[in-house]
Ligand binder design. Structure first.
Ligand SMILES: [Zn+2]
Length: 252
């Protein structure tokens, strides 16, 4: 009797092992199952469809560190404050000039460029023109509370004098605080938006949000604004949402 039970147990164990094609696949399956997203994270969050000013995880950036009323996630702000204190000691001033933007805010930026600034350009080309520097609503990392623009919105500012010193400081030190430049040079095959020396992201959180975005969001979710029909054709998710610095894609 005991032998029969043992034999049944053995068959079950072996069956369990070989139901996966290989040991590596088994481990991957387990890993995927173990990955848990934070409770507050849902599709509305990554699409910017929530009121961050009323979200308990968001905080107002102190006036001396920002150029206007700006909110960020509290963990991001804490890390930024630490970083800016050290920068200041080394003679570098860091000011946030844009932080969290929701769907409607991004829609205002998009609509202005679509219906006014670039209205003379045929639609398909117009979408691409806007996408040199601005996101479609629902696809902006600024929705997440982890991303910010620092000091200036022109690459040329960061290429000489004070701006160059600030940029060099960030390139050398920002990683120690969790911050990475998202839209680096396109020289080595990065797709999507043009280079932005001012846009930095707090990866300990934004890496999780990007993963969630890739898991849950599809082209049907990118809607409710003029020109949204071009999202799929222009491969917004593959080329733009994932058109980021390789260090970000590989971040663990
Ligand atoms: Zn930005």
């Amino acid at each position: 009797m005991e032998r029969i039970i043992l034999r049944i147990l053995l068959v079950c164990l072996l069956g369990g092992t070989y139901s996966c094609k290989s040991q590596v696949n088994c481990m991957n399956t387990r890993k995927t199952k173990l990955l848990k997203y934070p409770k507050y994270l849902d599709k509305d969050y990554v699409l910017g469809r929530f009121d961050y000013t009323k979200h308990s995880d968001f905080m107002l950036v102190p006036k001396d560190l920002s150029s206007k009323t700006i909110y960020l996630r509290k963990e991001v702000l804490e890390a930024f404050i630490k970083m800016s204190k050290q920068a200041k000691k080394e003679g570098v001033n860091l000011k946030i000039i844009s932080g969290t933007r929701d769907f409607n805010h991004q829609k205002r930026i998009w609509n202005y460029k679509w219906t006014d600034k670039y209205k003379h350009i045929p639609e398909h080309k117009r979408a691409k023109k806007i996408l040199e520097f601005s996101s479609m609503p629902s696809t902006s990392r600024h929705h997440w509370g982890t991303d910010m623009d620092i000091n200036d919105l022109e690459n040329s500012y960061f290429e000489k004098g004070r701006g160059k010193k600030e940029y060099q400081w960030l390139v050398k030190n920002a990683k120690n605080y969790g911050f990475y430049q998202v839209y680096t040079s396109k020289e080595y095959g990065r797709t999507g938006y043009n280079e932005e020396k001012w846009h930095w992201s707090y990866l300990p959180l934004s890496a999780i949000y990007l993963k969630y975005y890739n898991d849950k969001v599809n082209y049907k979710d990118i809607r409710d604004f003029i020109g949204s029909d071009y999202a799929k054709d222009l491969q917004m998710i593959k080329k733009y949402v994932n058109g980021v610095n390789k260090e970000i894609l590989n971040y663990k």
